[in-house]
Design a protein around this ligand. Structure first.
Ligand code: NAP
Length: 247
């Protein structure tokens, strides 16, 4: 059975990806930060359908916690075939000049350093230059990296810009080691994240700007992620796939 670690899989896009990965036959490590009940719900739902899953609490911005998570999953399941760097945060909408350093550091610690740390631990283990048998990584970026999110959260958009560059660079670096690294860039998706930005109705308010005139569902991002992880995408690496209804 193939195994996968999905960060931030208790809610939203991560939870939808966990459910779909289990349907596709992966044993799923449902990483979460604070919301144990939601993470357990995802695992229970997978198990109720005959799948294999575990929850794992870890703040991905903490190096020690990330290393322990990878060690634990490897010990339990023998090998880690796939990683989805999904966990991400944004904070209240404001203009850039109003942002303090602590906020910028929080955004970059989770969105960038967290993804870096998880990818590093995955690559260490997956590389066929060492003892690994290859694998696949999908980073969850955002179309914010193209749009810049002025007057809302340029810090968040810039963190996703880092993820785009990282995907291209790491994808090329490990392409000959049996590891594919790609990213999806979701557009406006119906999840809780918009409430963190102070705008719980953001998708409804802005959907008329989207060529398809609607927000996306978490499952539509999960479909793209699982395709990028699959053998159907065997020649796809260092690539960024927009899933934004044309935005
Ligand atoms: P969400 O509903 O707010 O869920 C965020 C998830 O990340 C939760 O599972 C949360 O865990 C976890 N998390 C937060 N901080 C963490 C940390 N330090 N360590 C580990 N896990 C952590 O978010 P979402 O909308 O599904 O977003 C998922 C990804 O898609 C993010 O990278 C986001 O930037 C990206 N994205 C979303 C949209 C959108 O419109 N929704 C658009 C573009 C890109 P707890 O439940 O334990 O708090």
């Amino acid at each position: 059975m193939k195994t996968i670690i999905i960060t931030g899989a208790s809610r939203g896009i991560g939870a939808a990806t966990a459910l779909l990965a289990a349907q596709k036959g992966y044993a799923v490590c449902v990483n979460y930060f604070q919301n144990k009940t939601a993470a357990m719900k995802v695992v229970n739902s997978i198990e109720a359908n005959g799948g294999t899953a575990m929850t794992y609490q870890a703040d991905i911005s903490t190096e020690e916690a990330v290393v322990q998570m990878f060690d634990f999953v490897e010990k339990e399941w023998g090998y880690i075939d796939a990683l989805v760097n999904n966990a991400g945060i944004l904070e209240k909408q404001m203009e850039f000049w109003q942002m303090d350093l602590a906020r910028m550091e929080r955004i970059f610690a989770v969105n960038v350093m967290g993804s870096f740390l998880c990818a590093r631990e995955a690559v260490k283990r997956m590389s066929n230059k060492r003892d690994g048998k290859g694998g696949a990584i999908v980073n969850v970026s955002s179309i914010a990296s193209r749009l810049g999110s002025p007057f809302e959260y340029v810090d968040y958009a810039a963190s996703k810009g880092a993820i785009d560059s990282f995907t291209i660079g790491l994808g090329k670096e490990v392409a000959a080691e049996g590891i594919r690294v790609n990213a999806v860039r979701p557009g406006l998706i119906h999840t809780d994240i918009h409430a963190s930005g102070g705008k719980p109705n953001r998708v409804h308010e802005l959907q008329h700007h989207i060529p398809m005139k609607r927000g996306g569902e978490a499952e539509e991002i999960a479909n793209a992620i699982l395709w990028l992880l699959s053998d159907e995408a065997s020649f796809v690496t260092a690539t960024i796939l927009d899933v934004g209804g044309g935005k």
